[in-house]
Design a protein around this ligand. Structure first.
Ligand code: F6R
Length: 615
């Protein structure tokens, strides 16, 4: 899982590539590198660390960068993050240079064969094996670079998005993909290559997303030709017009992307239901559902597959689907589902949830479900992403780009779209009357304003954060719809502040975790007035009796919890199924402020990456 960028055309390549790498750092940031051909020499610079470190090294050296180059920001899979293992990698002759996102699984036997033929390797990476394999094919078969790449890739097993060029023929870049994303920006006599469209959006709105198993030879003054790697057949390029704009991917005055994205939630939720929820007419319109309504209505059950925060959104959806649509739901970690032998029926509907649309385990779960005949529906944020194309149908969340590694607006918009789907199915099945259905839509329409109201707790969250920032552990408790919110709150704290946190169903606390509670233990309890309120209050009493520090997330005007808790954060009242959309806000803010106070890298927490394209 890495970010790749390339450029060929009439501009200086360096600024385009370095800026592109900065935008792709969410994909990995343990090392970065760049290769440029300036007309005379191939210059390769790479370093352990972030793009910023690469920049401070390369900026000084660059006078003219030429107009062809490739760059890489890495999330290590083979070989520790260090300068040598960083990409780009150069072939033994010094002519070919490559960047790679993915894993070549059979790299070890290939490496042995190449060593037997006299090749040497300086890094521990699979990528250095690949570039030398291409070189070996090129030399032995006496073919052009494109053909050599094709032959070499047909010998590999694994996943890749690659860009490679030859310094002796610096008029073309060869790109290919299998399992890792690759977009080509099409400009006037210039092409941009990237893992997603963000690196080139200010240069062109026209993009081609390579499909799995496709490759292209990109030359600045020529038309692009796309071929299938396996059989060399030509594919008609499909150029999409992108709707993304630059403002959407910049920080817009906020200190971090995460806080910007937290504050974007009212708009993001509105964008999710815009044009789909017609409250006055009492209609929910969604092409992906409308076109496949029988599949959903006749579903034996719904299986939700996802990872991380998206899995938490899936858990909320389980409550919502079962409550409204009365369809049995199972929620599976994609990574577990794919590796057991799950029973999947042809009349199951599988919903895959993924912000990035690139998560490898979710993708594998989709393929498994499809193979066994199930109908697979995708809920993705990134338009044109691999998962959105692999599924039979789907719906985008339209949350806009999420750059902060910790997911925030993706979570609330995923819940929003899944709620819309559940309500729509409930209406079709006659589980909700027209007036009930309309009442839910009306309340959902009020949610963005209520999220805005909930965001007013920011200062209070900051105040609470200051008191607990030095805690070593934290417990998050919730019941019913807010149990998954407790899980999500704990995940947010863990991933950006590195404080150990656990989410638990509040009632389960007495079956074990209660042993952890003492005066050092902050316990965040979601205690909404709607839904098991009295029971949660009893749980709070149990914590208080053991001197735990209680941070209550409560409904505005709450009285009971206020009497017991050390701190309360109030959020507006809403219908019980919609409370996760509000209760999650203070939890996001709390973890954000703790991480900032601890001086952590909020947008790029250690060891993480925004899209996990490895298994
Ligand atoms: C947590 C987080 C991750 C992702 C997970 C799935 O804040 O961001 O847990 O939710 O890696 O990613 P997607 O949704 O892109 O499939």
């Amino acid at each position: 899982m890495c970010g790749i960028v390339g450029y060929i055309g009439h501009r200086e390549a360096y600024p385009v590539i370095i800026q592109g790498l900065e935008r792709l750092e969410y994909r990995g940031y343990d090392s970065a590198g760049i290769a440029l051909y300036d007309g005379d020499n191939l210059k390769v610079s790479k370093t352990k660390g972030k793009v910023e470190d690469l920049k401070s090294r390369v900026d000084k050296e660059i006078t003219s960068s030429g107009s062809i180059g490739i760059g890489h920001t890495r999330w290590a899979t083979h070989g520790v993050p260090n300068d040598i293992n960083s990409h780009p990698h150069v072939s033994n002759s010094g002519n070919l240079v490559i960047i790679h996102n993915g894993i070549i699984e059979n790299y070890d036997p290939l490496r042995q064969e190449l060593i037997n033929r006299g090749y040497t390797f300086s890094s521990d990476t699979d990528t250095e094996v690949l570039v030398n394999l291409i070189e070996d094919v090129k030399k032995n078969e006496d073919v052009r670079l494109g053909k050599a790449v094709q032959i070499a890739l047909n010998q590999t097993i694994g996943a890749y998005a690659i860009a490679v060029f030859d310094k002796t023929k610096p008029n073309e870049i060869v790109v290919a993909r299998l399992g890792s994303p690759l977009a080509i920006g099409v400009g006037d006599d210039e092409f941009f290559i990237a893992s997603d469209a963000t690196p080139f959006i200010e240069y062109t709105n026209n993009a081609i997303y390579l499909e799995d198993g496709e490759m292209a030879v990109v030359r600045s003054h020529k038309k692009l030709k796309i071929r299938k790697i396996k059989d060399d057949s030509l594919v008609d390029p499909y150029i999409q017009e992108l709707q993304l704009n630059l403002e959407q991917i910049e920080k817009g005055g906020y200190d971090h992307f995460m806080i910007k994205e937290i504050y974007e939630q009212p708009d993001a939720i509105t964008d999710t239901f815009r044009g789909r929820m017609l409250v006055d007419q009492g209609i929910v319109r969604m092409a992906g559902i409308d076109d496949n309504i029988e599949k959903f209505l006749n579903a034996r059950r719904i299986i939700i597959v996802a990872c991380g925060t998206s899995w938490h959104a899936g858990l909320v959806a389980e409550y919502i689907f079962e409550e409204f649509a009365r369809i049995p739901v199972e929620v599976e970690y994609a990574s577990e589902f794919r590796y057991r032998n799950p029973v999947i029926y042809k009349d199951d509907v599988v919903i895959a949830i993924s912000q990035s649309g690139e998560t490898a385990d979710t993708m594998a779960a989709i393929k498994l479900a499809k193979k066994q005949g199930a109908f697979v529906f995708g809920v993705c944020n990134v338009v044109g992403s691999s998962i959105s194309r692999e599924t039979h149908a789907g719906a985008y969340t339209h949350a806009g780009p999420e750059i902060g590694v910790a997911s925030t607006k993706a979570f609330t918009t995923q819940i929003t779209i899944l709620t819309l789907i559940a309500l729509k199915l409930a209406k079709h099945k006659g589980e909700l009357s027209n007036s009930e259905f309309r009442a839910y839509l009306q309340e959902l329409e009020r949610i963005p304003a209520k999220v805005t109201e909930a965001l007013k707790c920011n200062e209070q969250a900051e105040h609470v954060a200051a008191q607990y920032k030095d805690a070593h552990n934290a417990l998050y408790l919730g019941r019913g719809y807010n149990f998954p919110v407790a899980l999500e709150g704990a995940l947010k704290l863990k991933e950006i502040s590195y404080i150990h946190a656990e989410g638990y169903p509040a009632a389960e606390m007495k079956h074990g975790p209660i042993a952890l509670i003492d005066e050092q233990m902050p316990v965040v309890v979601i205690a909404m007035r709607k839904g098991h309120y009295e029971k949660v209050v009893s749980n709070i009493e149990e914590i208080k009796a053991r001197s735990g520090k209680i941070i209550g997330i409560v409904t505005q005007g709450d009285k009971e919890v206020k009497k017991l808790a050390d701190h309360v954060i109030e959020i507006p009242e809403t219908l019980e199924p919609f409370t996760p959309l509000l209760a999650t806000i203070p939890l996001q803010l709390l973890s954000y402020h703790i991480a900032v106070m601890l001086g952590k890298n909020v947008d790029q927490p250690r060891n993480l990456a925004k899209s996990v394209t490895v298994e």
